[in-house]
Design a protein around this ligand. Sequence first.
Ligand code: GLN
Length: 481
Amino acid sequence: MPEYPATALALTEAIRDGEMTSEEAAAASLAAIERFDGRLGAFLSVGDPVDPPVDGILRGLPYAAKDNLCTRDFPTTCASGILADYTPPYDATAIAGMTRAGARLVGKTNMDEFAMGSSNENSGIKPTRNPWDLQRVPGGSSGGSAAAVAAGLVPLALGTDTGGSIRQPASFCGITGMKPTYGSVSRLGLIAFASSLDQIGPLGRTARDCALAMDVLVGRDAGDSTSIEHPHAGQFLQAALEERESLRGVRIGLPAEYYAEGIDPEVARVARRAAKTLEDLGAIVEEISLPHTAYALPVYYILASAEASSNLARFDGVRYGLRAAADDIDDLYRRTRGEGFGEEVKRRIMLGTYALSAGYYDDLYVKAARVRRVMVRELEEAFKVYDYLLTPTSPTPAFCLGERTEDPLAMYMADLCTIPANMAGIPAISFPGGFVGDLPVGVQLMGPRLSDAGILATADLFQRVTDYHRVRPPLWGGDTS
Ligand code: GLN
């Protein structure tokens, strides 16, 4: 029987080989949650899976899902007061896919409210702490999922990534997180933040575990008109395990703008060292320039907020969740939304409504959409020459709780390196690249559309020759209290 916490791959193999039962796997996960989550706050709801596992490639695997993915058996709150008591009548396609593959959901994870944030401090319920240092944030908005995997509470978790929300917490928590090509994973049953950017993806300890999850998650779904037929659906793990023995001939660009001002030099050093490792594996590594990167943050915050202001209009006290006591219908909207939404969500709704209002629409929304096109074209040009781009995932290691809560702009800076991949709809992965002090730091590999298998295989190759992903946070030793 493997020592828990095992990787998802090792655990599913142990179950398949009869070394462990799915009941034991779920019990081990629930026991770890019981033991550690009081300190971490990674979960919003926890429950023993009732149905026996289906016989698929994930048979018996306990996993967690971010609380913006609709689940029939657990409440789905988006960590918001407005959905505090909401339990959806159906499972998101991603959740149903996991069930069909044999995985068993043991709980829903904490997040920044409606996925707006980079530290989990915007959760309307509670903060989540970083298992490497309980005074620090786990990143966000999928911070609960990242902390849960890093602390060994579950081997695998689902998150969502609109501007970096899988990759940045993966970086802060020392694990691997993948944002697939836009459209690869159905968004049906994902409570929308910014629909042109949102994508569901896995967080695991290794690239292989992410590839295993991708084999289950990726597929065309008639229920999501933006979902696509991915040419490598069902072949990601195989690609990670077999495709490459070396990186000979693979061209990797290091965009100077991601190693410049605003990036902690120690973090940049970690990314450069990772580039050297890939070079030693045979890759051709070159510095390049992507000057439009400078516009990523302002463009994202206009477009994402505009889409959010429209998507969140549905929370009106009539259809879902909270309904405030009110005198008339206008009063109902005002009070429900006023009481139900937190500060950051209100800030985004106001920003977005402003960007979409007559008189400002051309100047803000239309201009931002145009700059997005220019940025995407710049990336497309780069991918004519380079197979992948390697960058830091986030400008800094995990920061302290409270450090940026009073300064939204400082908080937004955490997304500097991750936003471009969402704008372009391209796949990107964050994997452990080293440490700054005692804190893990991730590096990000981006590739052109549909290169998901390639970036998983490249990250796997990196993990074959490095040990950063094997280092455990002090928590599991039981001596951090
Ligand atoms: N931190 C970014 C934001 O606050 C990204 C969030 C996300 O990817 N969901 O919008």
